[in-house]
Design a protein around this ligand. Structure first.
Ligand code: PPS
Length: 568
């Protein structure tokens, strides 16, 4: 029978006195401002959650990890933990140099002695670690579009933990959890990893798993970074607290894990196992499609449904964690109880609500029955996922100067205000250039900055339940895509191409700018002397030639109705 060895594991922190001294000395070091993901990684490096790693990976460790999930010394480690930086920063670093690692407010968390610097082959990393070089995979997208070009590696010295102001009492380092288990005499502990709210089926299956393994249960949700579009962790933790009351007292506890997930399916499962071992667990529940990223660009699953279980099982001994199968539980109506799907008699009436169906019911404000979830959980979810007709969203018009964007945007704003219910903000090209971007010109760099500022403001409005209407030219597809990604975390994004031709815009020449552009008096003029990427995936294309403004605005309203964003 496997019992936990709950002796403390090594951390990378120095003593309090040394940390105070180091902090002062580090003021003179070159500083790297960590990204949110790097902060999560650093926290788990420093507190032993990523034991045996002693810092961000060296090139040899990285190569072994990417190729066959092994560090240079042969130990199992399936996930690259690398410090990606931009070229300019990397160029200024000498090997052997110490750098300060700071959070986004500039607080120093640790130092790193840079022993390695290399330019990784990202396509290879994507293929080997995530299974495909396909940017629909969130970690591959991160790798190519957010991570820096150069990796730095070297041992880390921990000065202090990142500060968390939320749910402090629920956050534990591996050693804190180990001490807690020791104190309670828990020697067999099943971990349940999750990034979703728990419903009744989860409560049943986790409790059943713990009983079968004759173990206690650790609900160990990820609150660092999960899959884009997931329910935020504040809501989830309130939901988990409600579910925790449903377990028999003293059998179960919950702790929050500040992990940045990669959604790497099988490799991620092995990684999660190692992390749980470090946190003192002996067992872990691994389900169908564990840490799955969704569909790839061809509409297929990245991994087979049981790949994660197979890879985990093959390495269970080395991980030091026994795998517990995740039983798919269904509600058997005739007996009014949950039972494992594979044990239910053929003719029994079985009820189930899929994740997609749950989202639909929340989006449309429909009933969610008590057999499916606990009332407190549903009420929390309804607060953060109000029906679509009450959520914030962004309408983003794009098109040439003089195409009619502002006029249609204004008409749409007035129509939405007439309907009422949500605040409406118009971020028209001219208004923004006057108030937010007055120092910017029309170079590519400045246009990108302008659009990103608009995107940021629109994302805040959307997040807080308002309607943002944007109407810049926004000529570059990559920038529009980045804005879409930012906003879609919080609500719907409708790209509307006001597709008036350049000839018609020039013929209208309402501001006389086309004439000046033709004469070369205005440089880099979109459509004349600067490019415009025609949108390929716009939610709506408006043809304005010979069509009333009112009609164009009405088409947008119809689209919004069709998407459930305004009541019909
Ligand atoms: S961008 O590319 O999205 O940042 O442009 P935007 O902020 O929408 O600003 C476009 C308005 O600025 C005027 N203008 C120019 N447009 C394009 N190219 C050049 N070089 C330029 N110089 C000035 C023009 O009047 C645009 O107004 P709209 O409202 O689009 O007609």
């Amino acid at each position: 029978m496997q019992l936990a060895n709950l002796a403390p594991i090594p951390e990378l922190y120095v003593s309090y006195d040394s940390a105070q001294k180091l902090k002062l000395e580090a003021a003179d070091l070159t500083s790297w401002d960590l990204s949110p993901r790097q902060i999560c990684d650093l926290e788990l490096l420093m507190n032993g959650g990523f034991n045996p790693l002693k810092g961000f990976m060296s090139e040899a460790d990285y190569d072994g990890c990417v190729e066959d999930m092994r560090l240079a010394d042969g130990s199992l480690w399936p996930m690259p933990i690398t410090l990606d930086v931009d070229e300019a920063f990397a160029d200024g670093i000498e090997l052997g140099q110490d750098i300060a690692l700071r959070d986004q407010e500039g607080v120093i968390l640790g130092t790193m002695t840079v022993t390695d610097r290399w330019v990784p082959n990202k396509a290879r990393e994507a293929e080997k670690v995530f299974g495909a070089d396909d940017a629909t995979h969130p970690a591959v997208n991160y790798l190519h579009n957010h991570a820096g070009k150069v990796y730095l590696g070297g041992p880390v010295t921990g000065i202090q933990q990142p500060v968390h102001y939320d749910f402090r009492a629920r956050r534990d380092t591996p050693n804190e959890l180990r001490a807690y288990f020791r104190k309670l005499g828990w020697r067999r502990i099943v971990a349940f990893q999750t990034r979703n709210p728990l419903h009744r089926a989860h409560q049943e299956l986790t409790f059943r798993a713990a009983k079968e393994a004759q173990a206690n249960l650790l609900i160990h949700p990820v609150v660092g970074m999960t899959k884009p579009g997931d329910i935020d962790h504040f809501t989830r933790v309130r939901c988990y607290e409600a579910v925790l009351d449903q377990y028999p007292q003293a059998t179960t506890t919950m702790s929050l894990l500040n992990l940045a997930m990669r959604m790497a399916g099988p490799r991620e499962a092995v990684w999660h196992g190692l992390i749980r071992r470090n946190h003192g667990c002996t067992h872990m529940i691994i389900g169908r499609d564990h840490a799955g990223p969704g569909k790839n660009s061809a509409g297929e699953d990245f991994y087979g449904p049981y790949d994660a279980q197979e890879l985990f099982r093959a390495h269970a001994e080395e991980i030091g964690i026994e795998m517990v199968d995740f039983k798919h539980m269904v509600w058997v109506q005739d007996r009014a109880q949950y039972e494992p799907a594979d044990e239910v008699e053929k003719d029994a009436t079985v009820l189930n609500i899929s994740g997609t169906e749950l989202r639909r019911r929340l989006a449309e404000g429909l009933d969610i029955p008590e057999w499916f979830s606990f009332p407190q959980v549903v009420s929390e979810l309804r607060k953060t996922r109000p029906p679509r007709s009450k959520q914030g969203f962004t309408v983003f018009f794009t098109g040439f100067s003089g195409s009619g964007k502002s006029t249609i945007a204004n008409a749409l704003m007035v129509k939405l205000m007439e309907m009422g219910g949500r605040p409406v903000t118009l971020l028209d090209g001219d208004i923004v250039r006057k108030n937010l971007s007055s120092e910017l010109g029309f170079s590519k760099e400045h246009r990108d900055l302008n659009i990103r500022r608009i995107g940021y403001v629109a994302s805040e409005i959307t997040k807080n339940g308002g309607i943002a209407i944007c109407a810049p030219i926004a000529p570059y597809a990559t920038t529009r895509r980045a804005v879409r990604e930012e906003i879609e975390q919080y609500g719907a994004f409708l790209e509307i191409h006001v597709a008036t031709s350049i000839e018609e815009c020039e013929r209208r020449d309402r501001k006389g700018l086309y004439k000046l552009a033709r004469e070369g008096k205005i440089k880099e003029f979109t459509g004349i002397s600067d490019p415009y990427d025609v949108p390929e995936h716009a939610e709506l294309v408006l043809d304005t030639e010979g069509v009333e403004v009112d009609h164009c605005a009405h088409q947008v309203l119809l689209k919004l109705e069709q998407m459930g964003l305004v009541a019909a």
